[in-house]
Design a protein around this ligand. Structure first.
Ligand code: PEP
Length: 251
């Protein structure tokens, strides 16, 4: 079985005091849990303003640090953006690219997501590449075609199981409290596994996360689905008890 990854996306939330408190509490729990509990990887992705403070709060703990986006260039005249080498420099190991909120709110295409993932790899970061269908696409019956197209177009040639994670996040499930049935999740993840296997050798080692209204109450069922290798968690990652309960729900 692949080692599950439980990733928290804090989105545009948190001031220094609450970010440090949340990160410190998760670090404390992982340290206390010791070796026996560390059967999954725990990752938190705070907003850029909190990366340095959170890096200090989780230092010497098994909790990893990630960012929520990066530019496709390493540096340069890109006001307001952050390059992947800058994220690595402050302690990030991961970066989310192509989240549906960025695709929708910033017009990010598969091609741009592909370039951002390549930039992440060049900076030795693991890219968490987000894909997922809209509600209209789900209703049209085109879910598998949509995620298949996004999978193929969003992954750069450099993508490999050690530097890439896929997060399947149905757009209509994010922040809505609505979740696909376990059969619907399984159908997409099985499809993604087939695509991963045919894309390159080692495709069975590519971690496939589910994201979209994962809560402590539904995590165990979702994480037990074949080919679900973890979760990308938004709202519930802002509460230490909820996020920890999700992490402890891994089979
Ligand atoms: C997300 O934004 O990646 C997400 C999954 O959010 P939520 O868990 O709040 O649906």
């Amino acid at each position: 079985m692949l080692r599950p990854l439980i990733a928290g996306n804090w989105k545009m939330n948190g001031r220094r005091a609450d970010g440090i408190a949340l990160a410190s509490e998760l670090a404390r729990r992982t340290r206390r849990a010791g070796g026996a509990e560390l059967t999954r990887d725990l990752l938190i992705c705070p907003p850029a303003t909190l990366l340095v403070a959170v890096a200090q709060a989780i230092a010497d703990s098994p909790v990893s640090l990630g960012a929520q986006d990066c530019h496709s260039a390493a540096s340069g005249a890109h006001t307001g953006d952050v390059g992947a080498p800058m994220l690595a420099d402050v302690g990030c190991r991961y970066v989310i690219v192509g989240h549906s909120e960025r695709r929708a709110n910033h017009g990010e295409s598969d091609q741009l997501v592909n370039a951002k993932a390549a930039a992440a790899h060049a900076a030795s970061l693991v890219a968490i590449v987000c894909i997922g269908e809209t509600e209209a696409e789900r209703n049209d019956g085109t879910t598998l075609a949509v995620v298949g197209r996004q999978f193929a177009a969003s992954l750069p040639a450099s993508a490999a199981p050690d530097n890439t994670v896929i997060a399947y996040e149905p757009v209509w499930a994010i922040g809505s409290g609505r979740v696909p049935t376990e059969m619907e999740i399984a159908a997409v993840h099985d499809h993604l596994r087939t695509l991963a296997r045919s894309r390159a050798p080692g495709g069975e080692r590519l971690r496939l996360l589910y994201g979209g209204s994962v809560k402590a109450s539904n995590a165990a069922g979702i994480l037990a689905i074949a080919n679900v290798n973890g979760a990308l968690v938004g709202g519930a990652s802002l509460n230490a008890d909820d996020f920890w309960a999700i992490a402890c729900s891994c089979p």
